[in-house]
Design a protein around this ligand. Structure first.
Ligand code: ADP
Ligand code: MG
Length: 348
């Protein structure tokens, strides 16, 4: 029986699935979250509800855990850094600070000679005016964005007046890629050149929110190899410990681009729970808690369908699943439009 207690910052569904995976390998979890309704409180061993800048609560939390990780990237850097003085925080806070910021993130990827979309830093309205060349494009806040939040698609310069963009924030403007496909690669790094990497996952988005994922991805051998190679390069350069996801675009000419990096377990990897011997969640827990590495093996091909907003209702009322289908209800009380309420995995 292990004596490790893992602290997790953030209490969404990723925190729930990390807690379930930890429990399976006898690791206790304590979740700290600033949302009283955090769904992960139903799955962890202990729950702290407090603000991320509540020094006293943070100190109490740190005292109770052996190691700390996080399940979403928008935790204040200050909190991660302060915690790291008390107990080890993994992935390292500096990694999170880099990836939290879209401009720093993209500069980092380009320095590795890995292709990204074309982008420019935008600090005020005037910066946008000479940038016709980047349109159609998407204006994205440099920080705090997820599931398409903080994004403005812009087709032409004239739209800028009507969009009501909040210029108290900073942005990047990204040229729109003519997408053929989106894929993601999930990798868990345990130490120097020690990692487990899952095969590329093919993803479909609706309104900038992930809707569907599947393995195998229908991609060429070249894209299959290059996406894995780039994910390894990124994880190695960051000296990352834990599970990381790289999201990619493939354009109509079969060029691969890194879209973004998630320094955490990822929605597209939910199918690893049922399709692999070791899930992305268990691997994350194993890596941050310095447990042994188990070679991963795919057991099934699979598909995952996100249940967004009202889509959860029929499954709550009458799940009626066959034995290759697995329903995950995140147990969120309020059903909201665009809110991820659960997912369904179908093994093939
Ligand atoms: P988030 O942090 O909200 O996940 P992303 O940058 O990943 O933001 O954008 C969400 C989705 O929007 C992408 O998965 C893709 O479908 C679409 N998208 C974003 N940027 C571009 C782009 N430059 N070209 C084409 N599609 C894009
Ligand atoms: Mg994304």
């Amino acid at each position: 029986m292990s004596e490790i207690t893992l602290g997790i910052l953030g209490g969404g569904q990723l925190g729930s699935m990390l807690s379930v995976a930890a429990k399976k390998i006898n690791i206790k979890t304590i979740i700290y979250c600033d949302d009283r309704e955090a769904p992960a409180q139903s799955f962890c061993d202990e729950f702290f509800y407090a603000r991320y800048d509540d020094k006293e609560k943070i100190l109490n939390f740190a005292k109770k855990v052996d190691i700390i990780t996080y399940e979403f990237e928008n935790i204040p850097f200050k909190t991660l850094n302060e915690l790291n003085q008390l107990k080890t925080v993994l992935p390292k806070p500096s990694v999170n600070r880099l990836i939290q910021h879209r401009l720093a993130e993209k500069d980092f990827v380009n320095k590795l000679n890995i292709r990204t979309t074309r982008y420019v830093h935008i600090q005020n309205k005037e910066d946008l005016l000479p940038l016709e060349d980047f349109l159609p494009g998407i204006l994205k806040t440099t920080t705090m964005g997820y599931d398409g939040k903080g994004q403005y698609p812009i087709k032409n310069i004239n739209e800028i007046e009507t969009l009501n963009i909040d210029f108290s924030k900073e942005y990047i403007l990204e040229k729109l890629v003519k997408l053929k496909k989106e894929i993601s690669v999930i990798i868990t790094r345990f130490g120097n050149n020690k990692y487990e990497i899952y095969e590329p996952i093919e993803n479909t988005h609706q309104d900038q929110i992930l809707r569907h994922s599947k393995i195998p991805a229908e991609i060429s051998k070249k894209i299959f190899d290059q996406s894995k190679e780039w994910a390894i390069m990124i994880a190695e350069e960051l000296k990352y410990i834990g599970t990381l996801c790289v999201e990619f675009f493939i354009d109509r000419n079969d060029n691969l681009y890194v879209n973004e990096i998630a320094p955490r377990v990822h929605n597209s990897g939910h199918l690893t729970i049922n399709a692999y011997n070791v899930s992305q969640f268990e691997n994350h827990v194993r890596a941050v808690c310095s447990l042994g590495q188990i070679p991963i093996k795919k057991l099934y091909n699979a598909e995952m369908l996100n249940l967004i907003g009202n889509q959860i209702i029929p499954y709550r009322e009458n799940p009626n699943l066959s034995n290759n289908q697995f329903l995950f209800d995140y147990l969120k009380k309020d059903i909201k439009e665009k809110r991820k309420m659960g997912h369904l995995t179908i093994l093939k």
